[in-house]
Design a protein around this ligand. Structure first.
Ligand code: NAD
Length: 534
């Protein structure tokens, strides 16, 4: 059933500049000047999603600019790797303080470039503070030399060292422009690497803002640099010079990056797409779960890699849950405002609006029922789309299995937990999931059966994402490698084992026959096992 609203007028013109006062032309120009590019570089413009108005005019980097950035980074990395961990820690903690102190500027920038609400933007500020504090305070325990059990007890002195990879390439997307840009660079920098980063052009100003602050915090020049351009133009130079690739984006791009990294035999961490599921168990608190579903499906207008697009509800509570969820969704305030008054912001680009519209229209044409939303809102701005809940979604509809990356969720019901888990796992993706239950242990047991890198119990995504001491990332088509925790920093290092053999090694001394040596050696192994050596 399609919506019963009359067609809305097409959004036509920008309504005068509505950029907040903090985003002065001077600031925007200063940030744009941080892009590594020639003085006479070609330019690329971006538009503010709230109005479609021109926002930034950025220089475009060429492959030669990328190579120059790497050349400078290689020199800078040598001295950066020689700085003490405590010096790096001080810089990161200063960065933490600067981000919090200047948060209003960051929030304005994120909203202007991405079209998200201030509340969604605030989560990115919080995330960067958590990430910089965590790696500043914990890097030493991951990176400092570690004694390891030697080959021969007491005689082999074995140490594991962690060297930086060198120069790490970071490719970050437009949907979480601060979290994804600075968040992935922080751990690489803390581990002693230099970083050459390509933030998505649409949200490059936010990324450049974080670079600006990191330099103000004391990071030496050239240790972290940014280039701007299309993947098809500078992606090759970025990959060919990198010692490690950290990529966030679509699964299709991730496959190409993985194959290029394979050709070069460098490591890559890939944070890719998802089709995340929420399971509401029959004992869930319906009001809490309905609030949770709103929080799970519509942050950043659904342009969040860990947001929920499939909702499985126990049949016995389906109607009550749907009523509660639909009522809350219909009350959401959609719009553009540089304050905390809005619940759902704009999509970021015309391409996103096109995908969302195409997915919903296809589903409706094939028989899906629109329970809430279901249409674009050109009266609010060029790329707004209503938070949308669909029922009666069938496998022949595109959005049944393909990621929409917008404010659209499909509701299904199930009869048994086995059926719920089978449906939730019927996807090649495996990024994030959410399980709701009145019984924590039951919720956690179901969570462990879901094929996803993070599963939140009685929370949408923030509990797992914010648990920065634990790994975060995707299974299956959702990626390779993890950010956060030990994995999130150790991946940026090259482990090296130094084993110093003292007095006697594995070669028999001249005074002992090979037969006696064999008896002694195997006897020693039996003793080691008997005394409980691991
Ligand atoms: P995309 O893959 O088309 O582009 C992402 C970025 O990568 C762009 O800036 C692009 O220029 C760059 N890029 C693409 N190919 C490249 C190459 N070969 N070399 C260098 N750079 C290259 O993705 P998109 O459609 O813009 O972003 C949305 C997708 O990203 C969704 O599928 C979403 O799920 C995913 N995503 C995942 C996470 C996560 O953490 N798992 C986070 C955000 C977005």
């Amino acid at each position: 059933m399609a919506t019963d609203h009359a067609p809305l007028p097409t959004y036509t013109a920008a309504r005068g500049s509505v950029l907040p006062a903090s985003l002065t032309p001077t600031l925007i120009k200063r940030l744009a000047e941080r892009v590594v590019a020639a003085v006479d570089a070609a330019r690329v413009g971006t538009n503010a999603p709230y109005t479609g108005e021109p926002l930034a005019d950025l220089p475009v980097s060429t492959p030669v600019d990328v190579e120059d950035a790497y050349a400078r980074a290689r020199i800078a990395q040598k001295s950066w790797a020689a700085t003490s961990l405590s010096q790096r820690k001080k810089i990161l903690l200063r960065f933490h303080d600067l981000v919090l102190a200047r948060q209003e500027e960051a929030l304005d920038l994120m909203q202007a470039e991405n079209g998200k609400t201030r509340r969604d933007a605030l989560l990115e500020v919080v995330d960067i503070a958590i990430t910089s504090r965590y790696y500043a305070r914990n890097a030493a325990r991951y990176l400092e030399p570690k004694r390891r059990r030697g080959a021969i007890p007491l005689l082999t002195h074995t140490t594991e060292l962690r060297h930086p990879k060198g120069v790490v390439a970071v490719v970050s997307p437009w949907n979480y422009p601060l979290s994804m840009a600075a968040g992935d660079a922080i751990a690489a920098l803390m581990a002693g690497n230099a970083v050459v980063q390509k933030p998505d052009t649409q949200t490059a100003l936010t990324a450049l803002w974080s670079l600006d602050l990191m330099h103000e915090a004391g990071l030496p020049a050239a240790v972290w640099q940014m280039v701007v351009g299309r993947g098809s133009s500078i992606g090759g130079a970025l990959m060919d010079n990198a010692d490690y690739m950290m990529f966030t984006g679509s699964t299709a791009s991730g496959r190409k990056i993985a194959s290029d990294a394979g050709r070069r035999l460098i490591g890559a961490s890939l944070e890719l797409g998802g089709k995340n599921a929420m399971i509401v168990l029959d004992d869930a608190d319906i009001d809490r779960a309905a609030d949770g579903a709103v929080a799970a499906c519509f942050p950043s207008a659904g342009q969040l890699c860990v947001s929920i697009e499939r909702l499985y509800v126990a049949e016995s509570i389906r109607d009550r849950f749907v009523d509660a969820f639909v009522a809350r969704t219909k009350q959401l305030k959609i719009g553009a405002a540089y304050d905390y008054s809005i619940d759902v912001g704009s999509l970021t680009t015309p391409a996103q609006l096109q995908t969302v519209t195409a997915h919903v229209d296809d589903a409706v044409a094939k028989g899906a029922t629109v329970l809430a939303g279901g249409k674009a809102r050109p009266d609010l701005g060029p790329w707004f789309y209503e938070p949308t809940i669909l029922a009666d979604v069938t496998p022949d509809m595109t959005l049944h299995e393909h990621e929409t990356f917008g404010p659209v969720v499909s509701i299904y019901s199930y009869r048994s937990i086995d059926e719920a888990i089978a449906q939730a796992n019927a996807t090649p993706y495996g990024l994030n999931a959410s399980v709701w239950s009145g019984n924590g242990a039951r919720g956690r047991a179901v969570a462990a059966r879901v094929h996803a890198g993070t599963v939140n119990v009685n929370e949408a995504f923030a509990a797992a994402w914010g648990s920065i001491d634990a790994p975060m990332g995707g299974m299956g088509d959702s990626g390779l490698g993890r950010r956060h925790g030990a994995d999130g920093i150790l991946k940026y290092t090259e482990p090296q084992t130094i084993a110093h053999q003292r007095i006697q090694g594995f070669t028999p001394p001249a005074s002992i026959s090979p037969e006696t040596w064999a008896t002694l050696l195997t006897g020693a192994l039996k003793v080691l096992k008997a005394v409980g050596v691991r």
